[in-house]
Design a protein around this ligand. Sequence first.
Ligand code: BTN
Length: 253
Amino acid sequence: MVALHTEWLGQAWRQVFECRSTNDEALVWARAGAPIGAVVVAERQTAGRGRQGRTWVSPAGDNLYFSTVLRPPLKPSDCALLPLVVGVAVAETLQAVGAAPELKWPNDVLLDGKKVAGILAEAHWQGERVRHIVVGIGVNLNAIDMPIEIASIATSFRRSTGQTISSERFAALLCENLEREHDQWVAQGAAPVLDQWRRFARWGRAVSVQQEGQLISGVALDLDASGALLVRDDGGRQHRLWSGEIGFVEEAV
Ligand code: BTN
């Protein structure tokens, strides 16, 4: 058992061998009254999911499949920044164990230009109030051969650093970083989070983003004060792109 140095994140913990999706398990637990920071970790997922309806390939053995239940005491509109908060915590954890992560807006975590981790935040709200946000994090840790369907775009911690790491140790460090980043965000607002995020971003990167049915291609310049990405398109015009990357689901009373 790895020591966990947190006040609340991970203090309730469920480890399962297999489930469809740790986000689903965490949501069931949240509805049944899971405490803030309750964590579900699985060895494998049979229906792991990513953003925009994509599948998250989730074989046993090599990776972290992690979900936690959060209830930030903030307005729903302020919660839109949460995926960036989580991205910073994942990047800090990778850096702490010897990797050189980059963040790609809105919330992909990269090593050597390929995706090593993904974040899926699903907010469940009632009226004006967020009841709970389930944050799912998948990290490719120890695989050498990536599944064929993602081999060209994905990598792992091991492929990038030549090192292995236990998912338990990685999860414990992640809890510590996420608790600290979350608490700083709640206490101090967006600015410190955005500064941290900027440290891991590679500015000047070419981006292509679909916004309101229009594909905008250009160069990433910066984040604005609300976490939106500022992009200069190929014709020199500047755009402000907001991701809407947190899914909102209205709950029945
Ligand atoms: C992405 O599309 O980049 C987000 C991927 C999120 C994957 C994680 S794995 C743990 C949790 N359970 C899921 O079904 N998805 C998230």
